[in-house]
Structures are given as C-alpha cells and as structure tokens.
Design a protein around this ligand. Structure first.
Ligand code: TIU
Length: 221
C-alpha cells in the first residue's frame, strides 16, 4: 500500500516495506567535544539540533517496521584501511588514530566511535562501518538493502554536505530514491547545510528529494 511523503521538488510515493531509514554517522566523534569533528576545528554543538528529529524518525521507522540502518565512519586500529591522503590532513596533534578524551580518534572500538546513546541501535538493526564518507564505498550496505528489496532511502545524520551528501550521491547512482530529512541533518558550517540541501532538490531533484521530520513521520503513521 503506497504512501506519500510531502517533499520538494515533488511529493514522493513510497512502499514502507521497501523503504529504509539510514542514519549517517551520529557518533560521539562528530557530536561531542574531544572527537574527530572538534579536531578539525569545528564547533560540535552545531550538530545537536539534529538529534531530536533523528530520534523522532527512528521511533516512527521502528513503529512502522522499516529497515533501520545505522552507519559509522571509522578505521581499523592498525589504520590499514585509512589512505595516507586522509591521515595527513587535520590538526597534527589530533589526527585520526591519535589518543583523545574519547579514545583514539575515529578508530573502531573506541568510545568516540560509538553512536550517541540517544540513537543507540537495537539488536537486529544493521550497523555499517565505513572507512569513507559514502556509506556504499567498501561496505556491504548494497547487499543489506538488496536482501530486503529496498528501493527508497530516508536519509538523515551528519554532516549534510559530507557523509550525507556523499551517501546520497552514491545511492542515487545506484537507483535508490533518496529523501533527505532536512532538520534531521546538520553541518558544522550552516551555509553548507543549506546549500547542500538545495543541491539535492534542484534541477527537478537531481539527487533526490528533501523533506523534514514532521512530514516524514506523518507519512509513516
Ligand atoms: N568533517 C565533516 O564534516 N564530516 C566528516 O568528516 N564525516 C561525516 O560527515 N560523517
């Protein structure tokens, strides 16, 4: 039974049984002081506004029986999956793999790599660990989605113009209909959030659709 999400540039009809909520990188390393985001010179408090809308989406998606996928950006402790070009950048004292107040920065298994408690995954919800910005690159996300015949992705998380955007671009080329949930995404750079959303819905929805948590939650009931 198709439902409709009010979105821009047009309403989107979707089948809940073939729709997944994808929550991008809502990790302590990006949202809390002392992690990767702050090491890059960012004010991490700018991301807090996305947490309640993500929580509302998560509650609604679970209640509606949607597939919920969580992603985390991070690297192996030996850094063997981290390209030198990525490791070289950032503050010399707080690069990927260096110790910090939440453990080694952006390393799997460290406290900073965890998803924030407010959005903790439930048993049975796939958590996709990714070494890059996009959630398809070097992961099994495509297999997870195809096993459930997923065609539509509701995408939220951080940051809008980096990991959300890269994932949506990858997903769009793979044929998924992507709805980016504006208020459930955030950036350290507010104008990049705004222009990142504008890029997705421009030109007739060149990468997908943009909606907000209130409209998406309403469509899921
Ligand atoms: N720096 C920044 O804005 N983002 C990232 O490095 N990763 C994600 O967006 N997850």
């Amino acid at each position: 039974m198709p439902s409709v999400i009010e979105a821009q540039p047009s309403p989107l009809f979707f089948d809940a049984s073939r729709t997944a909520l994808v929550i991008i990188d809502m990790q302590r390393d990006f949202l809390e002081p002392g992690g990767f985001g702050e090491s890059l010179g960012n004010d991490v408090s700018r991301l807090a506004a996305a947490v309640p809308p993500c929580r509302a989406l998560l509650d609604a998606a679970r209640a509606a029986g949607l597939l919920v996928v969580h992603t985390r950006e991070g690297h192996r402790p030996d850094l063997s999956d981290a390209p030198p070009a990525k490791l070289e950048r950032g503050a010399p004292t707080a690069r990927i793999g260096e110790p910090g107040p939440m453990g080694r920065i952006l390393i799997r298994g460290e406290p900073g790599h965890d998803i924030i408690p407010a959005l903790a995954p439930l048993a049975g919800e796939p958590v996709v660990d990714k070494p890059g910005k996009g959630a398809f690159y070097a992961t099994d996300l495509a297999d997870i989605l195809s096993a459930r015949a997923i065609t539509t992705l509701l995408v939220c998380g951080v940051t809008t113009e980096v990991c959300v955007h890269t994932t949506v671009r990858e997903a769009n080329d793979r044929g998924y209909r992507c709805v980016v949930v504006a208020d459930a995404c955030a950036s350290y750079i507010p104008e990049f959030h705004e222009v990142g959303l504008a890029m997705i819905k421009a030109q007739g929805g060149i990468f997908g659709w943009v909606s907000d948590s209130g409209r998406v939650v309403a469509a899921l009931w």
